[in-house]
Design a binder for this molecule. Structure first.
Ligand code: UDP
Ligand code: MG
Length: 316
């Protein structure tokens, strides 16, 4: 007898009353088809995580749970944001499934990519990243900011999968590894690559939101980007140190220059010492802040208590 993969879908929802019925219809049809084709187990579930919505989202999830054999729900005690809700939900379901796929409630990500994701999982991938093949459906603004964000992140040395958001499959083993990361400042798509294990990518075209408005206004997007940079990289602190060093070098050049000007006698008295000290002290201060920052950065990294290693296999 072949054992079928038990798939759980992890879907964070914040004020999504406008899309939930549609989303559930589409997913139910997809599940029916995949079960019929023997790709996933009939015990697979669609799990909605309500992120403290202010509208009828939770009431609808409760109703769907009653009517639809696939639907389960988890309610957060209050609005904690997309990343925390997703993590909380994943940690709650991780022991019930073989693998889970996280996807947004608006189904902008292609649910037909599930098949390929499951196939990769069965061929040994613990993490399958959904990667957008194009950004045609995005507004020019979203496209520019998003791509700029990936560029800045990689410049800062943070390892993220280009054009991958939070549409991904994770095996139970990968979820258990993720649970070892205790940090509060969450940026899942930067954290998941740190887990390791075998991974693969599946390309898909992203479509428009089913209905309703984006729950990621510019303010939340900037917040996410900032969390991404600050939780993955200490480079901003190093930049301060580097800037301090550069300014200090400039101050030495200025010292030489003012000395020459002074010898030539072209200066007002007091000018030389004033100009040199402004640059020298500025540079020294930046350098000192950078050094202090370096220690704070180290403390920050330590307080995250990230796992120092994750064992993949052991032969004995
Ligand atoms: N979301 C959430 N909590 C929030 C904001 C958003 O759980 O505080 C969920 C939302 O319901 C959706 C997903 O995060 O399932 C992505 O949001 P959205 O589709 O609005 O973002 P966009 O696609 O516009 O970037
Ligand atoms: Mg969306």
């Amino acid at each position: 007898m072949i054992i079928l993969t038990k798939l759980y879908l992890a879907i964070p929802c914040y004020n999504e009353e406008e899309v939930l019925f549609d989303t559930t219809d589409k997913l139910t049809r997809k599940f029916d088809a995949m079960i019929r084709e023997g790709k996933i187990s009939p015990d697979s579930k669609i799990v909605y995580f309500d992120d403290g919505s202010k509208d009828r989202t939770w009431a609808i999830i409760k109703e769907l749970h009653k009517r639809n054999k696939y639907v389960n729900g988890i309610k957060m005690s209050r609005n904690r944001g997309h990343q925390n809700t997703l993590l909380g939900g994943l940690m709650t379901i991780k022991d019930d499934c073989d693998c889970c796929i996280s996807i947004d409630a608006d189904l902008q990500d292609d649910i037909n990519a599930f098949d390929k994701m499951i196939e990769d999982f069965e061929n040994g991938s613990d993490i399958v990243y959904g990667v957008r093949s194009s950004r045609k459906t995005d507004t020019a603004f979203k496209r520019m900011t998003a791509q700029g964000f990936y560029k800045i992140l990689s410049m800062l040395g943070a390892e993220v999968v280009y054009n991958h958001a939070d549409f991904r499959l994770m095996s139970r083993r990968a979820l258990n590894a993720l649970s070892e990361f205790k940090e509060v400042n969450l940026f899942l798509r930067g954290l998941v690559p740190l887990i390791g294990f075998r991974s693969s990518t599946v390309e898909y075209a992203r479509s428009e939101r089913l209905a309703g408005e984006s729950k990621y206004p510019l303010k939340k997007m900037l917040g996410l980007a900032w969390d991404g940079v600050t939780s993955l990289s200490m480079k901003p602190i190093r930049m301060i140190t580097a800037l301090g060093a550069v300014v200090f070098i400039i101050s030495i050049l200025i010292l030489l220059y003012s000395f020459i000007v002074w010898i030539l006698g072209h200066t007002v008295s007091g000018w030389t010492s004033t100009v040199v000290s402004i640059w020298a002290i500025g540079g020294l201060q930046l350098l000192a802040i950078g050094v202090v920052g370096e220690y704070i950065g180290k403390i920050y990294m330590e307080t995250k208590q990230r796992p120092r290693f994750i064992v993949e296999e052991e032969l004995k």
